[in-house]
Design a protein around this ligand. Structure first.
Ligand code: GLU
Length: 490
């Protein structure tokens, strides 16, 4: 095929964007970018009962968050608006008219009851399942007369009598043969005039000159029908690439039981879009068989259908978390400081303009945090002690850290030394604090633990000397004194 690459992602807005759909979007996008082609977003909203504008909005939000951009739209609703099937009804009618004129579509007046009776008869006897073509035997005049009477009818594809087996040569799965005997005259347009999925999809794919259809393998079984519609429309058949399912670690289809499944949930749980994109890209595709952490540009420069695996991909939550941590650690401090802000705001800790006011302070905080968290949701709890007026010391931590004999005197000495510091830097703080264990003939670990609990309220925290430096002298001394007072009372 020599046409320029044109691909589409065609989600149905019947729910949130799930990781499977997101992976399909990413592969289409990467394939288009790799070939300098066109990536189209088409919202398959023909199911009026289950499609909602909220779902569409959420899908667009999730795609944008992942960094996907699409290239064309109907110019209705702005340049970045996607195509919507409900706005394209005219095209489906026009295609049906052409097929009627050419005799590749015919009206069927059989009622649901009649069809049900035919089906059960076929099941009992040895007849082939599927429509028995009763209405295909009507003459044109007979059919016109019934339509003129107002008889309800659907439009079916007239499968060519001489159509042999249909071979789907899939870029991922290789060849699958669908026997001609299994091809029935399926419905293209329902009695209410709405197109079925198999019809609307092909009319759109043909009209948009889609060259490659990359989608989930739940649609492989629809492919022979779609090929026949392409043939009836006299249009070239695109290359198909069906992606294997995504499994949980237990080998079952990924579902809520395994954890988060929608892109928005992963966002809310503190994953970065670049880490999720990277992880999804690797679900069934590999860059070189070994590199695991790579950025979107590695994908858009190297993506190929040949490297897609036909085996089911396992969604490994632990690996994603590890990868997220790797992305966090490699981020420059300035950038990480910026990206912390929405999470701090969400945790009720700071406001967006705080960064402007204390840029240097945040830049110093950034590496202390990024070294220690795997998810953005961990930032709030890790840094909260720096933003509170006073800390509430966790009783278990207090029991552990303050029960050692002599703690009160140690805390007193710590407060006095800190208070006397002329220069408030991590190095200066470290220097005076390191002298204290020696003075009391105690283990440094014991002393530092008491200071840590006094200042942060808990046993685990960011590095101690840096934390004190960021907290400031007055607050640090006050917290140590407060702990000292609490210890002396017990
Ligand atoms: N709307 C269909 C789906 O979400 C599109 C399938 C296709 O890509 O043809 O499954």
């Amino acid at each position: 095929m020599n046409q320029p690459v044109r691909v589409r992602f065609a989600p149905s807005p019947t729910g949130a964007l799930h990781v499977g759909g997101a992976r399909t979007a990413i592969y289409n996008w990467a394939f288009a970018r790799r070939h300098g082609g066109t990536f189209i977003l088409r919202i398959d909203d023909t199911d009026p009962e289950r499609s909602t504008p909220e779902n569409t909005a959420q899908i667009l939000r999730s795609l944008r968050w992942l960094g996907m951009d699409w290239d064309e739209g109907p110019e209705v609703g702005g340049p970045h608006a996607p195509y919507f099937q409900t706005l394209r009804a005219r095209l489906y009618s026009a295609a049906l008219e052409r097929m009627k004129a050419e005799g590749s579509a015919y009206p069927c007046f059989c009622t649901t009851l009649e069809l049900e009776a035919k089906r059960s008869a076929a099941r009992e006897g040895d007849g082939t399942p599927g429509y028995d073509r009763t209405c295909r035997r009507l003459t044109r005049d007979q059919a016109h007369a019934r339509i003129a009477e107002g008889a309800p009818h659907v439009w079916r594809l007239a499968v060519p009598e001489d159509r042999g087996d249909i071979v789907v040569d899939d870029a991922v799965r290789g060849e699958t043969v669908f026997p001609a005997s299994a091809m029935d005259d399926f419905v293209l347009v329902r009695s209410d005039g709405t197109p079925t999925y198999n019809f609307a999809t092909v009319v759109d794919d043909a009209e948009m000159d889609i060259t490659h259809v990359i989608r989930g393998d739940d649609h492989l079984s629809n492919t022979p029908r779609q090929i026949m519609v392409f043939e009836a429309l006299g249009h070239f058949v695109p290359r198909f690439a069906h992606l294997s399912m995504i499994w949980g670690a237990d080998g079952k289809k990924l579902s809520k039981r395994h954890g988060a499944t929608s892109v928005e949930q992963f966002h809310a749980e503190g994953f970065l879009p670049e880490a999720l994109l990277n992880h999804l890209a690797l679900l069934g595709w590999s860059l070189d068989g070994e590199t695991t952490v790579f950025h979107a540009d590695a994908l858009t420069h190297n993506f190929s259908l040949e490297r897609i695996s036909k085996n089911p991909a396992i969604f490994d939550f632990e690996k994603l978390e590890w990868m997220n941590g790797a992305y966090i650690r490699e981020m420059p401090n300035e950038r990480f400081a910026e990206r912390m802000m929405p999470w701090l705001e969400q945790a009720g800790i700071s406001t967006p303009d705080d960064l402007e006011k204390r840029r240097d302070w945040y830049r110093e905080l950034a590496p202390l945090v990024s070294e220690r968290v795997k998810r953005m949701t961990e930032i709030g709890p890790a840094v909260a002690f720096l933003f509170q007026e006073t800390v509430t010391v966790d009783p278990t931590a207090a029991a552990k850290a303050f029960s050692v004999e002599g703690t009160r005197d140690v805390l007193d000495a710590v407060a006095t030394s800190l208070d006397g510091l002329a220069e408030w830097t991590p190095t200066a703080i470290e220097e005076v604090l390191r002298a204290i264990p020696e003075h009391f003939a105690m283990k440094p670990r014991i002393v530092f633990q008491a200071v840590r609990v006094a200042v942060t309220g808990g046993l685990v925290s960011l590095p101690l000397f840096e934390s004190l430096a960021l907290l400031g002298k007055a607050a640090s001394v006050a917290r140590v004194r407060a702990a000292e007072a609490a210890v002396s009372r017990t």
